[in-house]
Ligand binder design. Sequence first.
Ligand SMILES: *Cc1c(COP(=O)(O)O)cnc(C)c1O
Length: 378
Amino acid sequence: MKPATRFEFLNLDKVNAPYAGAIEEAVLRVVRSGRYVGGPEVEALESRLCSLTGAPYAVGVSNGLDALRLILRAYMAMGVMAEGDEVIVPANTYIATVLAVSDAGLRPVLVEPEASTSNLDPARVEEAVTPRTRAIMTVHLYGKVSWNATMADVARRHGLKVIEDNAQAIGAHSDTPGLYGHTVTGALGDAAGFSFYPTKNIGAIGDAGAVTTHDARLARTVRALANYGADRRYHNIYQGYNCRLDPVQAAVLSCKLPFTDQENDLRRRLASVYCAGIMNPKISLPRLTADHVFHQFVVHVADREAFTGYLDDNGIGWDIHYAVPPHLQPCYAATLGKEYAGRLPVTESLASSCVSLPISRCISEDDAREIAAIINRF
Ligand SMILES: *Cc1c(COP(=O)(O)O)cnc(C)c1O
């Protein structure tokens, strides 16, 4: 029998415990308001997101995947991109990034990560640019900012849009200023997609997402597309979708968003305990840089099965983000799978060696010290 888990990987009830009273009040407020689609709760969250990121426009949407899809569909509606155009994405990402691109009828061009950060390798971005490239969709994977002067330079010289997949790095600060001089994720490029999936650093109590942007026209287009393509009531200028943010989720998120820095600091403190405490040559650690908000604390280990078995034996929760990279998923077997067979060794090696350790309110700093000590005996 597997021993009981002493250190939970994640328990959303505990994650939300400090906000429980406020969340219940917020839900009740929406119930009693009679405004169940759109309205002041959604608008309030949008303005909070603008303040948090520095981006001038924000649009609440249904989830993170829809946020990315809507950005791309909006650029297509605006004539900035057309079917068959290429979007550079990291090969090492959660599949939603790639799904957004292929769903819009665009071509995902997969670029290898740097092994040291798991993020898009800036040195390889320019090699991937062709006359059909229209955008770089950078992903701040695990909460580590994926932005630097090389990427900015490539985007500027080739006239590419920069879209951030900011599902994992809300409130993170970049060392390099963005295209418009901002430093917080969500305001670094032209547009960004956020996810408030319950497990993210700031999570809703269901699905929720948002788009932030520096482009007023893009914001208007995303808003219209997410609302049946209507720019005003019963006036549909696009064949749109229904991808609006639920005001219940908006109200819940307004309770949590003001505490983004505190939430990220809690994760960073646990990460610093791990980084100082884990000293085992079999385990390679992420770097504790200032531009990392540790959505996940991901280590790499050659013999993953032995390591996760050892964690199980010691009651330490773990997870894998992500075991199978997008190009090896069955849905892309006939397309990306063929195109990239054997061409993404860094991505595949990271996927086969990654293990995520607990990094949430479910464990204390003392717990993290104990986990580190146990890992050192592996
Ligand atoms: C969670 C996530 C998404 C998708 O967000 P949903 O709200 O679950 O649709 C997209 N990209 C990345 C990197 C994610 O982690």
